[in-house]
Design a protein around this ligand. Structure first.
Ligand SMILES: C[S@@+](CC[C@H](N)C(=O)[O-])C[C@H]1O[C@@H](n2cnc3c(N)ncnc32)[C@H](O)[C@@H]1O
Length: 397
C-alpha cells in the first residue's frame, strides 16, 4: 500500500488514480453522497476504464433515478471533470484498483480525509475488451427494471433469465455483424415489430454505451399502447435518438436505413420487414422469424418428401425450412451474404432460427442461380409464390 503523507488527501487521491489508470490497475470508482449542488435526481456516478477506438478512456456513468447517462473522456480531461464533481456535487469516492482500495471523504466544511485499504478485488484488472465480452449490458440500467427484467437492485429476475439470455445473445450477433461490416458510427436502424422494446432498448444501450456509437433507432409497432410505453421509457432513459412509431411495417418508408432488425415479427411480417430492408438498401439485416403460416398453407408437396409431410408436425417443420430457405435464397439474389443458424438453445425459446444478411454487391452476379433454386423449390413443394417474392416484385421501399 502506497501513501504519500506529504501530499494533501485530495492530491494523494488523484495521484494514485492517475498511476492506477496508466498502469492498467484501475478497476472502478464510485461517487456517492450527493449534495445540493448535484443535478436533480442524480444518485451516483460510476467511473471505469473503457476502450474506445483502441484508446483507453475514462467512462463516467451518471445514474439518475430513472436513467443512466454516459460520458467518456481522455485521462486528463476525465480527472479535471472528476475534480468538478468530487468535493462539490459528491462528498465521497470509493476507488478500487488491483493494488489498493482508497476512500476519499469530505466533511460539511469541505475538509477531506483519505483511507487506504488492502485491495478488495484481487483479480487482475480486466481489460475493457474482456469486460465487454463478459457483459454487454449493465443489469443495473434502470430501463431493464422498468421492462420487468431486473429487480430494483439490478438483479436479473428468475422469470426473466430466458429473455436476458436472448437479449445478450442477440447483442453478440449484432456485434459480430457490425465487426464484419463497415457501418457508419451514426447508424440508422429500424426494428420492425418492436413489441415491448426489449431488444430495441438493449441495442440502443449497447451501441451507444458499450461501443461508443451514435445510433438512431426507430421501433415500428402496430400496438399504440406499446409504442406509448416505449416512447415514455426512452425519454426517461435519456435515449435521445430512440423512438417508436405506431405503424404497419408496410407503411413505413425510412429515408435512411443502415440496419434492419425484426425479431419474431409474426408470419409474413418478417417478409414485410425483409422487403423493407432489401428495398431500403440496408447494409445489414438481422431477423428471427416467428410462425410460418403462409408457406404451410401454400405448400402442396410434389417431390420425394411428400410421404414425410403427410404428418402434420413434419409438414409444419418442413414449411419452416422452406420458408426460411427461400428467404435466404432471395436475400442472396439481392446481393446479401446470408447465414441461417440457431441463435439460442431451444431450452430458452422454440423460435430460435436467425437469419443474418450483410450487403455484398459482388453476389449480385449470382442472382440468377439463386433465383433458379427458388423456382425449383417452389415447383417441388407446389408453391405459387413466396410472400417475400411478391413484395420484392412490387419494388416499393
Ligand atoms: C412476437 S412480438 C415480438 C416483439 C419484439 N420484436 C421482441 O422480440 O420482443 C411481434 C410484434 O410484431 C408486431 N407486428 C406484427 N405485425 C406487424 C406489422 N405488420 N407492423 C408492425 N408491427 C407488427 C406485433 O404487434 C407484435 O408486437
Amino acid at each position: 500500500m502506497l501513501q504519500d503523507d506529504h501530499l494533501t488527501p485530495v492530491s494523494q487521491f488523484y495521484s494514485h488514480f492517475k498511476t492506477a489508470f496508466t498502469t492498467g490497475a484501475f478497476l472502478k470508482c464510485t461517487l456517492s453522497k450527493p449534495t445540493a449542488k448535484a443535478q436533480a435526481d442524480l444518485k451516483n456516478v460510476y467511473l471505469r476504464p473503457v476502450e474506445i477506438k483502441q484508446a483507453l478512456q475514462l467512462s463516467f456513468t451518471f445514474r439518475y433515478k430513472t436513467r443512466d447517462e454516459v460520458k467518456n473522456f481522455g485521462l486528463e480531461m476525465g480527472l479535471s471533470y472528476l475534480q468538478t464533481l468530487l468535493g462539490e456535487a459528491f462528498l465521497h469516492a470509493d476507488f478500487f484498483s488491483t493494488t489498493q482500495d482508497i476512500s476519499l471523504g469530505f466533511d460539511k466544511k469541505g475538509i477531506a480525509s483519505i483511507q487506504f485499504k488492502k485491495a478488495s478485488q484481487a483479480a487482475p484488472a480486466e481489460t475493457t475488451h474482456d469486460r465487454n465480452k463478459q457483459r454487454l449490458l449493465d443489469p443495473a440500467a434502470p430501463w431493464l427494471h422498468r421492462l420487468g427484467i431486473t429487480s430494483a437492485k439490478g438483479e436479473v429476475l428468475a422469470a426473466s433469465q430466458d429473455k436476458w439470455k436472448q437479449i445478450n445473445k442477440f447483442l453478440e450477433i449484432i456485434a459480430s455483424v457490425i465487426k464484419t461490416d463497415a457501418l457508419p458510427t451514426d447508424l440508422h436502424i429500424a426494428d420492425m415489430g418492436s413489441g415491448k422494446g426489449y431488444l430495441t432498448f438493449a441495442l440502443y444501450d449497447f451501441l451507444s454505451n458499450k461501443l461508443g456509437l451514435t445510433p438512431h433507432i426507430t421501433g415500428i409497432e402496430l400496438r399504440q399502447n406499446l409504442v406509448d410505453f416505449c416512447n415514455n421509457l426512452s425519454k426517461e432513459a435519456g435515449f435521445t435518438h430512440l423512438e417508436f412509431v405506431a405503424q404497419d411495417i408496410n407503411k413505413y418508408h425510412p429515408e435512411r436505413l443502415d440496419m434492419l432488425i425484426a425479431l419474431h415479427a409474426c408470419d409474413t411480417a418478417t417478409d414485410l420487414a425483409l422487403a423493407k430492408g432489401i428495398l431500403g438498401q440496408a447494409k445489414a439485416i438481422v431477423v428471427a422469424p416467428c410462425c410460418h403460416k403462409q408457406i404451410r398453407k401454400a405448400m402442396h408437396t410434389q417431390n420425394e418428401l411428400a410421404p414425410l409431410v403427410r404428418f402434420g408436425i413434419l409438414e409444419e417443420r418442413q414449411a419452416e425450412i422452406v420458408t426460411d430457405g427461400i428467404r435466404a435464397l432471395l436475400l442472396e439474389s439481392e446481393g446479401y451474404k446470408t447465414n441461417v443458424f440457431e441463435f439460442i438453445s431451444t431450452e430458452h425459446t422454440a423460435k430460435n432460427v436467425m437469419i443474418t444478411a450483410v450487403a455484398d454487391a459482388r453476389l449480385k452476379a449470382q442472382a440468377s442461380q439463386a433465383l433458379a433454386k427458388v423456382a425449383a423449390l417452389k415447383s417441388g413443394f407446389g408453391i405459387d409464390q413466396h410472400y417475400l417474392e411478391g413484395l420484392l416484385a412490387q419494388n416499393i421501399a
